[in-house]
Design a protein around this ligand. Structure first.
Ligand SMILES: Nc1ncnc2c1ncn2[C@@H]1O[C@H](COP(=O)(O)OP(=O)(O)OP(=O)(O)O)[C@@H](O)[C@H]1O
Ligand SMILES: Nc1nc2c(ncn2[C@@H]2O[C@H](COP(=O)(O)O)[C@@H](O)[C@H]2O)c(=O)[nH]1
Length: 214
């Protein structure tokens, strides 16, 4: 190492990393793996009117709110984006995302295609989108059933909507198939690592190169 600081420590702008998929394809599993493995990314915790599943904690997995609370948040313009998904409402609270992005904080979003479109419209340069496909529809149903957290009506409804969800695959920057979860996770991390290195995100490059050139 010479006199210059390591390029690993160059300042960079954060990114909004979105994982979408049909229900049950595995984006929550991949998100949890990513949050555990990577300290630089933080989950954007959505608000939802859906009731909690067993084991889900308020403020950790979601902010569980009533219809009236959700209405108030919409009126007060508290959401970056929100949408109706599977008979409930889900939304991304604005929080301090914009400010934190400037400081290099990355955010992970587990949201559907509607939310993805809205975030892209608002902040295309910071958004990186990944669509997760199941290896087959039979396997998708098996996963929803093996999760054992939704009633059979809810599972039937989500399976019925799976094709419509999948039809949005081509709107995404990257598409991965979640067959082996470990292999899929490796692909997701490769995408994140490469996107972090994009020249336009590396705000520390200009002073670094200036110094390099003397
Ligand atoms: N590659 C995989 N192989 C086998 N099972 C998997 C794989 N990935 C995830 N699963 C399992 O499938 C079930 C559904 O996964 P998960 O909850 O992550 O899906 P999801 O896409 O987040 O669904 P939702 O949109 O409904 O929240 C879970 O029980 C999970 O453990
Ligand atoms: N547009 C948004 N979609 C969201 C948000 N939070 C979650 N979701 C999506 O909803 C479905 C169902 O989720 P589940 O937890 O009930 O299984 C799934 O596709 C999520 O990605 C959000 O804030 N905005």
């Amino acid at each position: 190492m010479g006199d210059f600081q390591s390029t690993d420590k160059l300042a960079r702008r954060g990114l909004l990393f979105i994982l979408s998929s049909p229900s049950g394809a595995g984006k929550t599993t991949l998100s949890q793996m990513l949050l555990k493995a990577d300290e630089e990314i933080k989950l954007s915790v959505s608000a939802t009117t859906r009731p909690p599943r067993p084991g889900e904690q308020d403020g950790v997995h979601y902010h569980f709110v009533s219809d009236a609370q959700f209405d108030r948040m919409v009126e007060e313009d508290d959401f970056y984006e929100w949408a109706h998904v599977f008979n409930h409402r889900y939304g991304t609270p604005k929080g301090a995302i914009r400010e934190a992005l400037k400081d290099g904080q990355d955010f992970l979003f587990d949201i559907d295609w509607q939310g993805t479109q809205q975030l892209k419209q608002k902040d295309d340069q910071d958004v990186v989108t990944v669509f997760v496909l199941p290896p087959s529809l039979d396997e998708l149903r098996r996963r929803l059933e093996s999760r054992a957290q939704d009633s059979s009506d809810v599972i039937d409804d989500r399976m019925e909507r799976a094709r419509a969800e999948i039809s949005h695959w081509a709107e995404y920057d990257y598409v991965v198939v979640n067959d082996s979860v470990d292999e899929c996770f490796d692909r997701v991390r490769e995408v994140l690592d490469a996107e972090r290195m994009k020249r336009t995100r590396q705000t520390g490059l200009i002073p670094f190169v200036r110094e390099l050139m003397g």
